[in-house]
Design a protein around this ligand. Structure first.
Ligand SMILES: [Zn+2]
Length: 148
């Protein structure tokens, strides 16, 4: 195969040069944008390697034991729910519901409580991106088992 730009016989890659797809040699790649990596004979297994996505997603969660954390803090402060509610400028019923775990504070409220009480109610978890999002033909049965 000869390079469509300089004519050199070499391993060619498909590159986009000024909007035109050309098969060019390694030296000419710099003229354009590489569209496809060359596939060398005998390295089929290597070229089929699944791309590892490195970017992770962060999920923000309210801690499971938020109710206990709030209650413990209030008790340490020696306040009754009514006084505690006043201190936080929240309704007493809201404090009661949070301490009994029936009301999960939204992130915004949790952040406010964290600041005012100097406790940690929010945890950020890094999760690997779900492989299921990949093209279906890339998900093998092995992958499906790993996901579960
Ligand atoms: Zn060339």
């Amino acid at each position: 195969m000869n390079c469509e730009m300089c004519g050199t016989e070499d391993t060619l890659v498909v590159a986009l040069v000024e909007g035109v797809e050309l098969k060019v040699c390694k030296k000419c790649i710099s003229y354009g944008k590489v569209l496809k990596k060359p596939v060398f004979a005998g390295s089929a297994s290597r070229s089929r390697k699944v791309e590892q996505k490195s970017e992770k997603e962060t999920v923000i969660l309210i801690k499971d034991d938020f109710a206990k954390l709030i209650k413990d803090k209030r008790e340490k402060m020696g306040l009754r729910q009514q006084e505690f509610a006043k201190f936080l400028a929240e309704k007493e019923s809201l404090i009661h519901q949070m301490e009994s775990g029936t009301y999960v504070p939204p992130i915004e409220l949790a952040r406010k409580l964290e600041r005012q009480l100097n406790i940690v109610l929010i945890e950020e978890k890094e999760i690997a991106p779900q492989r299921m999002r990949a093209k279906t033909d890339e998900v093998t049965i092995g992958d499906m088992i790993k996901i579960k």
